[in-house]
Design a binder for this molecule. Sequence first.
Ligand code: ARG
Length: 462
Amino acid sequence: MKKLWGGRFSKNTDKKVDDFNSSISFDSKMYRQDINGSIAHCEMLSKQGILPEQEAQLIVKTLGAILKDIEEDKVSFSIEAEDIHMNIEKLLIERIGDVGKKIHTARSRNDQVALDLRLYLRDECEKVYQLICQLKKTLVMLAETNIDVVMPGYTHMQKAQPVLFAHHMMAYYEMFSRDNQRLAQSVVRMNVSPLGSGALAGTTYPIDRSYTASQLGMNSITQNSIDAVSDRDFVIETCFVMSMIMMHISRFSEEIILWSSSEFGFVELDDAYSTGSSIMPQKKNPDVAELSRGKTGRVYGSLIALLTIMKGIPLAYNKDMQEDKEQVFDAVETVLETLPVFSDMLATITINKEKMIQGLQSGFLNATDAADYLAKKGLPFRDAHKIIGELVLYCIDGGKSLEQLTVEEFKRFSNLFEQDIYNAISYRKCIDARDSKGGTSTEQVKNSIAQAKKALEDEGSV
Ligand code: ARG
């Protein structure tokens, strides 16, 4: 087959080169964006008098028909035509002959591919955004329905202070909210049209770049034609945002895995969201959480691959950049497939309130409150810390918890202890006394749930 660019060649490309060079097997995903970009470009050419109106109408109509045929699976793409851009141009020429050959006026594949990828990722980011909204709703639902559930909070994976389970859920709500902010901000930078930058230096035709951009719902146009065709920052940024989302999902997965172990027993996964073992009949495994954690590595891989692909490329376009697509497509698809199953696994989880309370019985989670008790009675905090440290040691030796000591035992360590110490170190008190803004008191957590519910109602799109 003669190539669309075959004029200066006297031989066909080797079959191995066609296979190696071709990107159609993965960039065909962008067929819709490619066609919409071409339609906008063609309408602009006609408005500017670069293309006769009748010809432009024929091109636009035929591109619409090609789109429909692709969607109905009536079109097959060819490896020899290399990529989605030339496959669509080839189909156009096959259908309307010479008029079709005019679509590439005032355009290069370099600005075309930069446009298509921006449009494609813009649409994908919107899907991710909506799925994160869904996950945030699940978190708020879990927090609200379990507002009375207390659990040990950990630092260094050692018991630290008691917290509300709802507070822990709302911590993830904050992380995913920032992920959605990042998505929205990256789309602002992405949603800028490079079309009209040509191969690298601009074009000699009197085009209207802003018109094409606004036809495509883009915010603005790129300012430098060399940058416009060389830049893949937006691809890397998308991969970074996907990596951050997966990092959050992975930390959460790690907790679900730990919490559903018999050592913790804090939660139980629904049968529909766990799996069995082929040999051990008793097993109920948290595969969804484990796979979510595992897939994080693959998304990070795409981010590192892209950074590496781009780091040594001189300006402007180089074919190395074709390697961007599989990486970013895979990263986005992984997030798109992980989020719904992860959300539903969470939504169907059973919270084992009793086990969480049991977790509070050991580990001296109220030791800070005992120190605060002394400090509030006038002892410098550092001295109070030391006394409680000694008390804890005493309890460890005697196999007791702080609240099991008698007032006399307390008084052996400090005269400031009175009967009211028991109230000060009760777990409920430890939680509700942490009423500072953003703290774990029921009051604070209820506030953040109410705010989150309001924010979720107003949440639109990316
Ligand atoms: N398939 C190519 C890519 O994804 C399109 C741009 C090709 N441009 C070129 N000058 N060969 O990068």
